[in-house]
Design a protein around this ligand. Structure first.
Ligand SMILES: [Zn+2]
Length: 412
C-alpha cells in the first residue's frame, strides 16, 4: 500500500448476493465491506452503503456498462478514516496511471459579492432547527445540445451520464457534517425528469450573460414541470457553472423564489468521463448557491467578474474559524496536493440555516418539503415481493434499502 494512501478500495465477492461489493482497507489494518445494488437496468450506476453502518451511503459508477471485473470504478463516500470523498479503483490499462483521487482543477466560475456580515460570521443562536429527516429537493434536470453531441447524439447515453453525475453529487447532500452546534441536514434529491434541450448553451464568458438573459428566464418560468430547482447541464470544457444565489435575502433568488425563472442553475460537464466526480462536485456547488450558500472565500475584488487567478483569495470565517482552503463544496479547489474534497464548511451550514430561519420568521414555514422517513420500498412492491419469495430479504441491500418496506414488513 503506498504510504500516502489512507484507505484503499477494491472489488470483493458478495457474501449476500448483492450486485456489487467492495472492500475498504484502512491504514490501521481494519477493513469494511460496502454492498451496492444497481439503480438502473444497465448495471453501471450503483448505490449502496457500508454493511456495518447502513446510514453511510456510497455511489459507484463505471465508464463500462455493464460493469466487468476489470472495469475502473469511481467510488464516492465519506468516511472518517478516508481523506476525501473520492476513492476510486483504476485497473484498466488506459487509466491505470490516473490518480485515485482525481486532481481537482480550480473551478472557473462566477464570483459573487459577499453580503454584509457574511464574510466574518458571528455565530448566532438560531431559533429554528433543521428537521431531523432533512429536506426533499425536487429537481428538473436538462442537458444541452452540446452535451448530446458529446454522447454521439444518443439520448440513452446522455441520460446515463447525467444519472452518474447526480449519483456522485447527491452523496455530498447525504453526509451530515457537523460544525460545533451546527449540523448540515440531509437534502434528498428527487429528480422530476431529465430532458434534452434543442440548443447548445454559449460557452466562456457568454455563458454568464446567457444565464442572466430573458431567454433562459422565460424558458424556465414556462416549463411545464413544477420543481424547486431547474438545473441545466451543458457541455463546457472548462467545467464552470453559475446559479441563482439567494444573496442572504429572504425573498431572494434560489429554491425559495416564487418565480420558477429565478430557481435555476447551470453546471458544466467537461466531456471527460473520468471527471464524473468533479462534474458532480460542480453540480452540488451550484445547488448550494440556490440554498443561500456563498463561497468559502473572499475575493480581493469583492465581486464579478472572475480575475485571472482563481486562487488568489482571502479567508472567510465562522466564529473565528476559517472556512477557506478545506476543499469544501463551496470553495474552489486550488491545491490538489493538500486538498481532499470534503463536504460542508461551517460557513455553508450557517448560510443555509440563516435563510431557513428568516423564511420561517416571515412565512411560518420553509419552502422545501421536509423529507418523510416513512418506511417505503425503493423498488416496486411487485419486484420486492418476488425478491422476498426468493429469500432476498436476508441480503443487506434489499433489507436496508431496495425493499425496506416489504422485507421489514413495517406499516406506513
Ligand atoms: Zn460558485
Amino acid at each position: 500500500m503506498p504510504q500516502n494512501e489512507d484507505c484503499v478500495v477494491s472489488y470483493t465477492d458478495c457474501l449476500h448476493g448483492e450486485d456489487l461489493c467492495l472492500q475498504v482497507d484502512f491504514t490501521d489494518g481494519g477493513s469494511e465491506q460496502i454492498v451496492l445494488g444497481s439503480e438502473t437496468d444497465d448495471h453501471c450506476i450503483f448505490d449502496g452503503f457500508f454493511l456495518s453502518e447502513p446510514e453511510r451511503t456510497v455511489a459507484a459508477t463505471s465508464p463500462d456498462c455493464p460493469i466487468k471485473p476489470s472495469s475502473d470504478l469511481h467510488v464516492t463516500f465519506r468516511h472518517p478514516k478516508c481523506k476525501g470523498m473520492y476513492n476510486n479503483i483504476y485497473q484498466s490499462s488506459e487509466n491505470r496511471e490516473y490518480p485515485k483521487r482525481p486532481v481537482p482543477k480550480p473551478m472557473k466560475s462566477h464570483f459573487h459579492k459577499m453580503p454584509e456580515g457574511r464574510q466574518n460570521i458571528t455565530a448566532s443562536n438560531f431559533t429554528y432547527q433543521f428537521p431531523s429527516t432533512g429536506f426533499d429537493l425536487r429537481m428538473m434536470v436538462f442537458y444541452d445540445r452540446g452535451f448530446l453531441q458529446q454522447h454521439y447524439h444518443n439520448k440513452y447515453y446522455a441520460r446515463q451520464t447525467v444519472q452518474k453525475l447526480i449519483a456522485h453529487a447527491k452523496q455530498t447532500y447525504l453526509t451530515q457534517d457537523k460544525c460545533q452546534y451546527l449540523k448540515m441536514p440531509k437534502v434528498h434529491f428527487v429528480i422530476e425528469d431529465i430532458a434534452a434541450m434543442d440548443w447548445s448553451f454559449p460557452q466562456g464568458e457568454d455563458m454568464y450573460d446567457y444565464f442572466l438573459s430573458d431567454e433562459l428566464w422565460y424558458f424556465t418560468r414556462n416549463y411545464h414541470v413544477e420543481a424547486d430547482l431547474y438545473h441545466y447541464i451543458q457541455y463546457n470544457p472548462d467545467g464552470s457553472g453559475i446559479a441563482d444565489l439567494t444573496e442572504n435575502k429572504v425573498d431572494g433568488p434560489g429554491v425559495c423564489n416564487p418565480d420558477r425563472g429565478m430557481r435555476k442553475a447551470i453546471s458544466g460537464w467537461t466531456g471527460d468521463h473520468n471527471d464524473v466526480q468533479y462534474n458532480g462536485g460542480t453540480f452540488a456547488h451550484e445547488i448550494g448557491h440556490t440554498l443561500n450558500m456563498h463561497h468559502d472565500f473572499v475575493h480581493p475584488s469583492g465581486m464579478n467578474p472572475p480575475s485571472e487567478d482563481m486562487c488568489d483569495r482571502g479567508d472567510r470565517y465562522w466564529n473565528g474559524v476559517s472556512c477557506t482552503w478545506m476543499a469544501s463544496v463551496m470553495d474552489y479547489w486550488c491545491d490538489s496536493e493538500k486538498e481532499f474534497y470534503k463536504d460542508w464548511s461551517c460557513c455553508s451550514i450557517d448560510d443555509f440555516k440563516y435563510l431557513y430561519n428568516k423564511r420561517i420568521q416571515k412565512y411560518g414555514k420553509y419552502c422545501l418539503d421536509t423529507h418523510s422517513n416513512t418506511c417505503y420500498n425503493e423498488e416496486t412492491d411487485g419486484y420486492c415481493n418476488y425478491k422476498k419469495s426468493r429469500g432476498y430479504c436476508d441480503y443487506a441491500y434489499y433489507y436496508h434499502k431496495a425493499c425496506r418496506k416489504t422485507c421489514k414488513q413495517c406499516s406506513t
